[in-house]
Write a protein of this length. Structure first.
Length: 203
């Protein structure tokens, strides 16, 4: 039987779990292979079997973050029912909640996308796995329903996602009170989509 913490066991997952904990508590600037090895109780060189450099570890933690966010937004759409506006509100709320719960992880995720721009990084998700794809799909659905004007759904979805991400950033920074969360989401959804609706309908 292999040692669960050996390179042939589940060391990679153990290291990633500890790495995520460090990021969540202290930010990704504090993350190092040496510190993760220390917390996991393995030799300093053990993590290099899976993550040759700190950058590789950062990319892997980022990829896991995108996977978790993707699952969160998929669930938000799936459980919101058939109403277009309900789904839009649900995915928007879920995205903002994720940002509020994982501010350091979100910072890492987008910083790694910028660092790896135009590069092929196996551990990072493809562009269509980025969070905004869920908003793009929703806006495309709105177009099919005749609720949203014709146009490139990718650009329309990205524009709406940008508004939601901006609201999430303001709330996470403390510039907007968490008590105002529901009102902010409702208003951002209404105002961001007002100019692209065929017939104005309150969400």
């Amino acid at each position: 039987m292999s040692d669960p913490l050996s390179p042939r066991g589940n060391l990679r997952e153990v290291l990633l779990e500890h790495a995520e904990q460090i990021v969540a508590k202290e930010g990704f600037e504090k993350l190092s292979l040496r510190e993760v090895a220390r917390i996991a109780g393995v030799s300093h060189g053990a993590p290099r079997f899976h993550f040759p450099t700190r950058e590789d570890l950062l990319d892997a933690v980022s990829a896991r973050g995108f996977d978790r966010l993707d699952e969160t937004l998929r669930l938000a759409v799936a459980t919101a029912g058939e109403n277009f506006w309900d789904k839009t509100m649900s995915v928007s709320r879920s995205y903002i909640d994720f940002v509020l719960q994982e501010p350091h992880l979100i910072e890492l995720m987008y910083s790694r996308l910028r660092a790896n721009d135009n590069q092929e990084i196996e551990s990072l998700p493809a562009s269509k796995s980025h969070a905004y794809i869920h908003f793009e799909r929703l806006l495309a659905e709105g177009q099919e329903l005749g609720l949203i004007i014709d146009g490139p759904s990718e650009i329309i979805g990205l524009s709406y996602f940008s508004a939601i991400h901006g609201a999430a950033t303001l709330i996470a920074s403390g510039a907007v009170s968490v008590k105002q969360l529901d009102a902010v989401i409702s208003n951002v959804t209404s105002y961001a989509l007002r100019g692209i609706e065929v017939n104005r309908r309150a969400p």
